[in-house]
Write a protein that binds this ligand. Structure first.
Ligand SMILES: Cc1cc2nc3c(=O)[nH]c(=O)nc-3n(C[C@H](O)[C@H](O)[C@H](O)COP(=O)(O)OP(=O)(O)OC[C@H]3O[C@@H](n4cnc5c(N)ncnc54)[C@H](O)[C@@H]3O)c2cc1C
Length: 482
């Protein structure tokens, strides 16, 4: 027989992904009693089915691709990856899908963890259905933060249940490489998983409905990644989408037949739909506070849900759709935590452009790395976005392979850098780097953008020789000589 009890906290956080954990950490550190509700594993998508396992699968592939071109090292890395060792490493990075370490941390910082499915039940009220069938009612004195994240969005094709396709979850947790893997989607998840599984021995076919990979990034990034994927043996096809897909045996196992929009057919052992994300908001009681279930939750820069009056409801991380990255969600969590604490103390908020209580970097300087061969690192605007927004920018390009540090890194270095300089303000507003080892360059660009460093001042930020970061100097010289 289910029992019912009521508990009161200052703050209730629904979802113990990286974002919920950080909101709770901030509010608990500010002295507010905080409970976090989790229906699966504390640590969220990132720890078990996204960032950590995907990068564990990818790093060996990228290191091998680079090492295979370093004189003296190349013979040592000939031959295939040790698939069992890579998968074992991935399992460790995913903590073997157990959250003991996270639970220990949650307890150690004074947050209460309640396992179960959380739902809003009116203003400042949450009910939690626990795994043993009990219902716990929670009341929040100050705030409820919805941090329920996102899930893979599947296209509305007939027979999906019978098809049992891979989503990002299966693609990051599979225990053996499928023989033939068809990947649908040209975005980050599609290209990363194509890179990983091709390197691990699958025959990958990557299908893009657009005419290039990574369509939201500078086009040269997708072009280089396409070239490398093809060199690695993957088939990459543009301008096609899946019309229908069926398992041969009708039991959710066996070979898959796939019919494409250009009239051609494919067969595969697994099919991964990397076709976008949807908010996990359809069963969290949004209707009890006048909101539409299943929608992304729109927030202002303080992460307060704009359609819920009273400044008590927050939506942080993927579920608000501002920037679907762990680091960006954690940044929002730091802002949300300090907003909740300031409001609880009756303090005035500092919501200035770069204020403590303002999540403005979400709009101006979102850094992201695509872990492919070669990696792509970008922050701020692309040239296409600048044009769409009517921003007057100077586009400066440089071949990274002309930098000595790059050739030291890999003698056949191929890569490109682009910065966008706002003509009126004379500051960098966008940067994209593609090439081996560029991921660690990204923070310099992020600082240049958020710090609004005048480009003339950048001449005094001297990059060390011989490193790839000398590309900054070359970009400034290219601009001066233009
Ligand atoms: C394949 C892949 C690779 C990625 N790689 C990277 C990367 O390298 N770097 C990066 O920055 N980002 C990466 N991302 C994005 C990153 O995973 C997300 O941005 C991040 O996980 C969002 O964190 P979150 O806390 O908002 O949501 P989530 O991590 O999704 O966590 C939400 C939590 O809420 C819980 N929950 C949901 N509903 C309820 C409920 N009703 N009651 C209780 N609990 C609930 C869920 O169980 C989950 O634990 C990747 C994504 C994918 C799919």
């Amino acid at each position: 027989m289910p029992t019912e009890n009521i508990r009161t906290y200052d703050v209730i956080v629904i979802g113990a992904g990286p974002v919920g954990e950080n909101v709770a950490d901030r509010t608990a550190a500010a002295g507010l009693s905080t409970v976090i509700v989790e229906s699966e594993l504390a640590g969220g998508e990132c720890s078990y089915w996204a960032c950590d396992p995907s990068k564990a699968l990818l790093r060996p592939a990228l290191f091998r691709a680079d090492a295979a071109h370093v004189p003296g090292l190349d013979p040592a890395v000939k031959g295939p990856l040790d698939v069992a060792a890579v998968l074992a490493h991935r399992d460790r990075m995913a903590s073997h899908w157990k959250d003991d370490g996270q639970v220990e941390w949650i307890k150690s910082v004074g947050i209460d963890l309640l396992r179960g499915h959380g739902r809003l039940a009116g203003e400042r009220e949450v009910t939690v259905e626990t795994p043993d069938g009990d219902v716990v009612r929670l009341h929040a004195r100050h705030a409820v933060a919805v941090c329920t994240g996102s899930r893979a969005a599947l296209p509305p094709l007939p027979g999906m249940d019978q098809l049992r396709p891979w989503t990002s979850r299966e693609a990051t947790s599979a225990h053996q490489p499928p023989g033939r893997l068809v990947i649908v989607g040209a975005g980050v998840v599609g290209v990363e998983m194509a890179t990983a599984w091709q390197a691990l021995g699958s025959q990958v076919t990557l299908l893009a409905r657009e005419d290039g990979l990574l369509p939201r990034m500078e086009p040269f990034a997708g072009e280089l990644v396409t070239e490398r994927l093809r060199e690695a043996g993957a088939e990459v096809r543009f301008g096609v989408s899946v019309v229908e897909a069926k398992r041969a045996d009708g039991e959710g196992t066996g070979e898959i037949r796939i019919w494409l929009s250009d009239g051609s057919e494919l067969t595969a052992d697994e099919i991964l739909f990397a076709t976008g994300r949807a908010p996990r908001s359809e069963d969290i009681g949004l209707d009890t506070v006048g909101l539409e279930p299943g929608n992304w939750l729109t927030v202002d820069d303080t992460l307060t849900v704009t359609a819920a009056p009273g400044e008590w409801l927050y939506a942080v991380g993927d579920v608000n759709r501002r920037a679907l990255f762990t680091h960006q969600g954690k940044y929002q969590a730091r802002v949300a935590g300090s907003v909740i604490a300031a409001r609880a103390r009756g303090e005035r908020l500092d919501t200035g452009r770069w204020g403590l209580h303002s999540s403005t970097a979400d709009l101006e300087a979102v850094p992201g790395v695509v872990v492919t061969d070669p990696p792509v690192a970008s922050v701020g605007l692309t040239a296409q976005e600048a044009e769409r927004l009517g921003r007057d920018v100077e586009v400066v390009d440089y071949e990274i392979g002309h930098v000595v540090g790059a050739v030291q890194y890999r003698p056949d270095y191929q890569g490109k850098a682009r910065i966008l300089v706002d003509r009126e303000r004379q500051v960098v507003v966008g940067a994209t780097f593609v090439g081996p080892g560029v991921d660690e360059l990204l923070y310099s660009a992020t600082v240049a953008i958020t710090g609004e460093v005048p480009v003339e001042r950048l001449w005094h930020a001297v990059p060390a020789f011989p490193t790839i970061s000398e590309v900054w100097l070359r970009l400034l010289e290219t601009r001066r000589d233009a």
